[in-house]
Design a protein. Sequence first.
Length: 259
Amino acid sequence: MPHQESFVTVAGCKTRLMRGGSGEPLLFLHGARGASAWLPFWETLSKRFEVIVPEHPGFGGSDMPDWLDNTSDLAYFYLDFIDALKLTKVNLAGVSLGGWIAAEIAVRDDSTLKTMTLIAPAGIHVKGVAKGDIFMWSREEMTHNLFHDPAFASAALAIPPSEAEQFNEMKNRLATAKLGWQPRLYNPDLYKWLHRVQVPTLIVFGDDDKVIPPAYGPAFQKLIPGSQLEIIKDCGHAPQIEKAQELAQTMTSFIEARR
């Protein structure tokens, strides 16, 4: 069946939601560029899971609520979201900003979670390892720096964005700046509490990530008890696009091994 799009109101925020497939719930939290369209990656996962992809408050088709100030607010929002949708045994996953939010959720309350997958997550700082400054890059620089293979960037830039897409891009950039401008893309307190994560956790990085360097992978693995780290070769910051099949298979194998 094709995926469905709808809106749900949680904590007073009208939130756009894409949902497809059947099986165990897989709640996927998108990165800074938003979730405007259903990806082939999610379609692959939907053959095994019920894939649920909300647009964060402040992004894309979702409202910008007055209460949104930081990623902690989004963590509590998603705990309410899980309750509102009556989800249990959730396979939580997130990429980049979404991975940061997922980690913030898990340190607060992981009682409804079955597994967690953090894909190139932001959220911590590794001394001496600089992240890419996404706020200073142009649209073209950002697109090229997302990928290892320049063909993906060229394909993305070959199609000019519509007015609606330009509006959403600006909205997403503003929301990301609100959440991660200072300090840049991390919560100074998060690393202190990652030991609270008790669910099986998979950490995935591309070996050529120019946004969050792959050196952040071992740092997260050290902080999250029992976590597993996978490095994808010839891959940048968007494995859900550049290595979609490999990432989907890695996630599926990890989750199915933990029945």
